[in-house]
Design a binder for this molecule. Structure first.
Ligand SMILES: *Cc1c(COP(=O)(O)O)cnc(C)c1O
Length: 400
């Protein structure tokens, strides 16, 4: 089949839930992707903040191959060694006490919601608890995760959703405070809003919410699915703020391409929340994904990924700021580390499509943001290669 035939077949077979770019990807190497025609693309998307190590990392591939040869799956009715090793590494990096592995970010959010509800059930001796979430947030597409996603367009067709969710203004403490009732069990937010347009949480806001939660015995749930795993220059974005969540979620780059997520909690929450019979998963934390997570943490350490992100992101920010100065249609840069957004008055979907023609993969966030979530292993030379490709895309879209 040629490229167009693949596209036609996919459009006939796959449920049409995505408007896909006309790109059939074949393989990757380092920070480059190649399509079935052999065309090269510089990747500043990383499969939406997933492929932190880029493509075809030898140590990662070897760890996966070795696990394929020994054991893929057992069941959570038994112990397995790879996931136990992985758990130790994630807990050490996050300073959390307990972890539950899931198959996706959405499922991690589901678990976090259940843990918070069960905690409050133990706290109060009854059910019927409420959650405060943020406007313009994104936490996933299942009914529970969608219920805390502050986007009416995503929610409306599927109502009624999970009851008891109220939406506050992100980064406005009073709007959170006024929603608290005696039944509030959790405040949930992304430490850096991703889909909503790359908005980092403000330090004062997060500290005030933390203090409020402490005062009322409400759980602070931080969604680190997109911003976690080194992307902002710390292993988890909340580590920049001197504020620790009670529950956090992780996925995307956790397995660097293997479907795995997790929700993690402090011992205080674990003691009063999910117990045998309350929650489960067939695949979650199986030996295969355990080996992937374990390898990811080892490689992060060996390759000094965090130091690298801090180094390269300073340069990246400088180059993006230069673009904002140069072009009137770019009105702001927002972000932390290698999670950056350019607010753009040109139609961002067209810019992303034109960038593909120039051999550059970028995506959008919200209605007017170009989103850059490259592999964490990009180097300054890749930033230098990205900028002119992006400028050519700007020129093509400006020319109409
Ligand atoms: C991607 C994402 C999710 C959902 O994760 P899936 O793995 O797609 O289910 C949840 N929260 C945030 C912040 C995300 O970026």
């Amino acid at each position: 089949m040629n490229k167009q035939e693949y596209i036609n077949a996919a459009e006939q077979q796959l449920l049409h839930t995505y408007n896909r770019f006309p790109l059939v990807l074949d393989h990757g190497e380092g920070v480059y992707l190649y399509d079935t025609d052999g065309k090269e693309y510089l990747d500043f998307t990383a499969g939406i903040a997933v492929c932190a190590l880029g493509y075809s990392n030898e140590e990662y591939k070897n760890a996966l191959k070795a696990q394929v040869d020994s054991l893929l799956h057992t069941s959570n009715l038994y112990y397995n060694t790879p996931v136990t090793e992985a758990a130790g590494k994630v807990l050490a990096a996050s300073d959390m006490d307990r972890i539950f592995f899931t198959n996706s970010g959405t499922e991690a959010i589901e678990g976090a919601i259940k843990a918070a509800k069960k905690y409050a059930w133990t706290r109060d001796g009854h059910a019927g608890h409420e959650i405060i979430a943020m406007k313009h947030s994104f936490h996933g597409r299942s009914i529970g995760a969608l219920s805390v996603t502050g986007n009416a367009h995503y929610q409306e067709p599927f109502e009624p959703l999970m009851p008891g969710v109220q939406f506050a203004e992100f980064n406005h403490f009073d709007s959170v405070k006024e929603l608290v009732t005696e039944n509030t069990c959790a405040v949930i937010m992304e430490t850096v809003q991703g889909e909503g347009g790359i908005y980092p949480v403000e330090p004062d806001f997060l500290k005030q919410v933390r203090a409020l939660c402490d005062e009322k015995d409400i759980l602070l749930v931080l969604d680190e699915i997109q911003c976690g795993m080194g992307r902002t220059g710390n292993m988890f974005a909340w580590q920049h703020y001197g504020v620790k969540p009670d529950i956090m979620t992780c996925a995307k780059a956790l397995g660097c391409g293997v479907p795995v997520g997790a929700f993690l909690m402090t011992q205080k929450v674990a003691d009063k929340s999910l117990a045998p019979g309350d929650h489960g998963t067939t695949y979650g934390g199986n030996p295969f994904v355990g080996a992937a997570v374990s390898a990811v943490f080892d490689i992060f350490e060996k390759q000094h990924i965090l130091e690298h992100v801090n180094d390269v992101s300073a340069y990246f920010e400088e180059k993006l700021d230069e673009l904002v100065k140069k072009y009137d249609f770019l009105t702001a840069r927002r972000g932390m580390g290698l999670m950056q957004g350019l607010v753009c008055e040109l139609p961002v979907g067209k810019v992303a499509a034109e960038a593909l023609n120039q051999g550059l993969v970028v995506i959008t966030a919200g209605a007017d943001v170009l989103r850059f979530v490259p592999p964490l292993v990009i180097e300054k030379k890749h930033v230098d290669e990205m900028v002119p490709k992006l400028e050519k895309a700007f020129a093509a879209v400006s020319a109409g």
